[in-house]
Design a protein. Sequence first.
Length: 161
Amino acid sequence: MLKKLTYLIGISLFSYILISCNKEENPQGKWLTGSKQEQINKIEDHFRGFGVAMMEIGYRYQELYWAIKDENWGYADHQLHEIEEGFELALEKRPERAKSAHHFKTITLPEMDKLVDAKDTTNFEQVFANMTNACNSCHAMEEMPFITVKTPLKRLSPVRN
Ligand code: HEC
């Protein structure tokens, strides 16, 4: 009897080990696994932080430049609003950067907004240079002076008049 029981326990243990070894972490190729909290943490990581938001802002900064050059005011307005929203969301992720972004938010963006609203081509070079300086001074304040943006030279996107 005892022998039979030991035999049964042995078989069960062996099967359990076999099954555990064969079980993949995510059998259907799904990566959002684990507890609810672990899943939320994973989603947060995949949304990334400031860097990806800045890649988007870098792109929109260039598009804004060409939109104004083209006097495509609707597109300029669109890009400016996307930049504003991109900043809001990026600062929600990294509120510790809000202090360095203060000038950009309170002076630079409203100045550009005013220019686009007024369809002002006369002051464009100056206002765009102010924006570029504000981008770079924030990079310096955030100890990334090596990220220097300059007036775009070439169009990247196919959007043009
Ligand atoms: C909070 C102040 C702040 C302002 C204002 C700011 N940046 Fe940035 N930027 C950063 C920081 C911080 C990084 C590095 C992000 C990281 O990787 O964590 C960065 C990175 C970048 C990058 C590199 C992204 C990459 O990783 O490839 C570009 C391009 C960029 N910024 C463009 C701009 C432009 C254009 C403007 C102005 C329209 C601007 N930034 C304004 C803080 C700022």
